[in-house]
Design a protein around this ligand. Structure first.
Ligand SMILES: Cc1cc2nc3c(=O)[nH]c(=O)nc-3n(C[C@H](O)[C@H](O)[C@H](O)COP(=O)(O)OP(=O)(O)OC[C@H]3O[C@@H](n4cnc5c(N)ncnc54)[C@H](O)[C@@H]3O)c2cc1C
Length: 604
């Protein structure tokens, strides 16, 4: 088992220096916080994660959640985690004072949750889903719903879930068939099946509150006919006792990773006695979910990049201690009388470590940046500022979800490679990280769906305004970096990559304008990858500029080596990763449309 799962200095450097969380404290919503209080919060969560999360990660994989006689059983640490998360105010931190929250910026919350994700990714989802489902109630629910459910959910006593997926409706939510039938007594009768529901049932909470998407009879077809309901596992009687609400746990899916985080199959209304309570108005359910979806998607990116961080730390530790082979001498000969060197001295191992570092820290930076945009959007009263950051947030959210998830898999795969044969063995944790991270590119919208969203909706919205705003932000970084002689080459390089993005968009738009949408979107995944590399290069240039400036000004919050490591990792990303956009652009600009289905049978 590795000793370390996170580089906390880098997290704090990004939070306080690169993304300047103090910028947010000028808004009234966050004015009770200070850099010191946020630092204390981060330290408290780190201490909590060291004690209550990291020690259980392996055990939770080895003793997965299971189903027996209609119930799901999980590791006992899930109960401890939820109880303590409630007591420490970790679930309620970002909520308004009205709900006993702390009005903590989401940026600080995501930094703190990143620590938990890195420590043990099987646990934070239980709290995260409770947070997300409670947010739906506080934003769109009636006073009665808020009074009945919010306090116990935020206290970690009741679990919250999100029930969207059905056997025939995964990526395509317009095909949801779960039924909601109105009654004369204020509730709806719910019936249907939901699959893959995370945190859907377990023994350590008093109640489970499902936020269920369903269709009221006669509602329009498609996404415009979907409503949102609160469906508790147990109904709450006026004297505070419970009555079973006809929600059955049908199964717990057995998975390759995140095995301690239960994933259930639920049946609603088998005996026609499942009560659901409408949230907001009928037929607006999906709209409500999507209004809060940015946070959930950024949370997925955060979780993925945290696992990649933990795997990087484990492989770095191994590479520093594993003797194997000898360094090539200048004459190109190895001297067998010399002692073996540690593998961290071999250039190929250093390449794999730097690749991980560049993905992890670049991905983390994007997660914190988008979190900051969310905070600005929620806190500012300036219309123009809100609109600008909202557009940037909309554009960057699919990337913040997808890049950490996809590049994170590559990153963790390199961690396994560094451990050689031991990487494949269960004595070492990296194989678990590889299994755990795999789900992130699937749930909360697959990579394919995120890419369609990025190219089909976000790039085109308001005639490309968001992409223009992004270019302006990137140009600011380029201009600033150009002030440092050591960075001019990289600044020019990033400027050139912006031109490639524009060329690719112009090419694809010709299809969109002609109404040839299949051609327009066929290579959306490639576009996602291309734009991701540009965005992550932007983050690295920003970090390198900051570090050069800190070295020049002899700032001593971090060591000179710490800053050099940022500058060198930027160079690595520009040498090995950014050039990939050339081949991606070439493929996108190539008009051979071999992936579009025609009369010919290609796939046997
Ligand atoms: C461990 C786990 C936890 C989960 N937790 C939850 C949860 O808490 N709540 C919940 O509601 N759901 C949850 N899900 C469900 C998850 O969100 C879905 O699995 C996911 O959205 C994909 O749906 P699907 O599995 O039906 O795959 P499909 O939608 O069948 O997709 C299969 C493949 O086809 C591609 N594809 C599908 N449609 C298109 C298209 N139009 N264009 C291009 N490509 C397409 C996809 O990208 C994918 O590669 C969870 C799933 C898992 C495995």
């Amino acid at each position: 088992m590795a000793n370390k799962y996170i580089d906390i200095n880098t997290l704090k450097y990004q939070l306080f220096d690169i993304h300047n969380i103090k910028d947010l404290l000028k808004y009234e919503r966050f004015s009770d916080h200070s850099e010191e209080s946020i630092d204390m919060y981060i330290n408290a969560v780190k201490e909590f994660s060291d004690r209550e999360l990291f020690p259980f990660i392996k055990e939770m994989d080895e003793t997965p959640a299971y189903y027996k006689n209609g119930e799901v059983f999980v590791h006992k640490q899930v109960g401890e985690f939820m109880r303590k998360s409630g007591e420490m105010g970790l679930i309620s931190a970002i909520f308004d004072y009205e709900f006993e929250g702390m009005q903590l910026p989401i940026t600080a919350h995501n930094a703190a949750t990143f620590i938990q994700d890195a420590a043990n990714n099987h646990l934070p989802g239980y709290a995260g889903l409770t947070l997300g489902s409670t947010e739906l109630i506080t934003h769109f629910g009636s006073k009665e719903l808020k009074d009945t459910y919010v306090p116990n959910m935020l206290a970690g006593k009741w679990q919250g879930t999100m029930c969207l997926t059905e056997p025939q409706a995964g990526s395509s939510l317009s095909d949801i068939t779960t039924k909601a039938t109105p009654t004369n007594t204020g509730f709806y009768k719910i019936s249907g099946q939901k699959i893959f529901i995370s945190g859907g049932d377990y023994q350590y909470v008093e109640n489970i509150i499902h936020l269920v998407l369903a269709r009221v009879a006669g509602a329009p077809k498609g996404t415009k006919g979907i409503s949102l309901f609160v469906v508790p596992k147990k109904r709450i009687n006026s004297d505070g006792t419970f009555t079973n609400n006809d929600v059955q746990t049908v199964a717990d899916f057995q998975k390759m990773g995140q095995r301690g985080y239960c994933t259930t199959h639920l049946g609603f209304g088998d005996t026609d006695d499942c009560h659901g309570y409408l949230v907001g108005e009928e037929n607006k359910g999906l709209k409500y979910m999507f209004l809060l979806m940015n946070n959930a998607r950024i949370g997925v990116g955060r979780g993925a990049v945290a696992i990649a961080m933990a795997a990087y730390q484990a492989s770095l530790e191994y590479a520093q201690e594993r003797p194997q082979g000898r360094k090539l001498s200048n004459a190109g000969k190895k001297d067998p009388n010399e002692e073996q060197c540690f593998i961290i001295e071999h250039p190929d191992v250093r390449r794999m470590l730097l690749l991980q570092k560049s993905i992890v820290e670049g991905g983390l930076s994007l997660v914190l940046l988008t979190s900051k945009y969310q905070d600005i959007v929620s806190a500012t009263s300036d219309k123009e500022e809100k609109e600008k950051y909202n557009l940037l947030l909309e554009l960057l959210t699919p990337i913040a979800k997808t890049y950490p998830s996809e590049a994170g898999i590559v990153s963790v795969n390199n961690a396994v490679q560094i451990l050689g044969g031991y990487g494949f063995c269960t004595d070492f944790i990296v194989q678990q990280y590889l299994r755990d991270i795999r789900i992130f590119a699937l749930y909360e919208g697959t990579t394919g769906i995120q890419s369609l969203d990025l190219l089909g909706r976000k790039t085109t919205m308001q005639n490309g305004k968001a992409i223009e705003l992004l270019a302006v932000e990137i140009m600011k970084t380029i201009k600033n970096a150009s002030k440092f002689e050591e960075l001019t080459l990289y600044a020019t390089n990033l400027g050139g990559s912006l031109q490639s993005v524009q060329k690719v968009i112009n090419h694809l738009m010709t299809f969109a304008k002609k109404g040839q949408f299949e051609k327009f979107l066929a290579d959306a995944n490639l576009f996602m990858e291309l734009l991701s590399h540009v965005v992550i290069s932007w983050q690295w240039l920003e970090m390198a500029s900051h570090s050069i400036d800190a070295i020049n000004k002899k700032e001593n919050s971090y060591s000179i080596d710490f800053h050099y490591s940022k500058i060198e990792t930027m160079k690595f990303y520009f040498k090995y990763e950014l050039p990939k956009i050339k081949s991606l652009a070439e493929s996108i600009l190539n008009d051979d449309l071999v992936t579009i289905k025609t009369e010919k049978t290609l796939l046997f």
